[in-house]
Design a binder for this molecule. Structure first.
Ligand code: IMP
Ligand code: MG
Length: 170
């Protein structure tokens, strides 16, 4: 497998992150926000976003595994839980990519059960047509096709996360 083409450039990504950071800054102006990055893929977008947030913000991270088998659909296993209590907090979940949607929909349900004040979802890339359990993405960077992509946090067997652009592997 090799990189066959750049799908979204570094510049396009940087511009989009600024645009979304502005939206988040206006939405939560004067309020506290807990940003929850989903490891590992979201580490790049969380750090780029973080530098542009002008809010009373705290960062936390979670690592989860989703199961897609017919018997276990709808399950998320927590590999690493949050450090902070999110009860009565404004929560923003930040994910790298929304593919089938199962990870985010299950995670959102799980975090809602902890009674946050509000909960919103950010996904840098969205594969719209493949969603099986659609949830509202409040902040979405780019809609892409169903192809497998790497870079900007996304990996293939642990590789390519460091690329500053989004690329297709072939
Ligand atoms: P979902 O539950 O199907 O929405 O899965 C989302 C997760 O699958 C993401 O957090 C990624 O880790 C992974 N994923 C989905 N599509 C891609 C891709 O094109 N490249 C790399 N990872 C992907
Ligand atoms: Mg992931």
């Amino acid at each position: 497998m090799e990189i066959s083409k750049v799908l979204i450039s570094q510049e396009e990504i940087e511009n989009k992150v600024s645009e979304l950071a502005n939206e988040i800054n206006s939405k939560y102006k004067g309020e506290e926000l807990v940003v929850i990055g989903i490891l590992k893929g979201a580490f790049i977008v969380v750090s780029d976003l973080a530098k542009q947030l002008d809010l009373d913000v705290t960062f936390d991270f979670m690592s989860i595994k989703s199961y897609y088998g017919s018997e276990s659909t709808g399950q998320v296993k927590i590999v690493k839980d949050l450090e902070y209590d999110i009860t009565d907090k404004n929560v923003l979940i930040v994910e790298d990519i929304y593919d089938t949607g199962l990870t985010l929909s299950n995670l959102k349900k799980l975090l809602e059960s902890r009674n946050p004040k509000s909960i919103e979802v950010f996904s840098m890339f969205v594969k719209k047509e493949v969603a099986q359990d659609p949830i509202e993405i409040n902040y979405s960077g780019f809609e892409i096709g169903p192809e497998f992509v790497v870079g900007y946090g996304l990996d293939y067997n642990g590789k390519y996360r460091e690329l500053p652009y989004l690329a297709v592997l072939a």
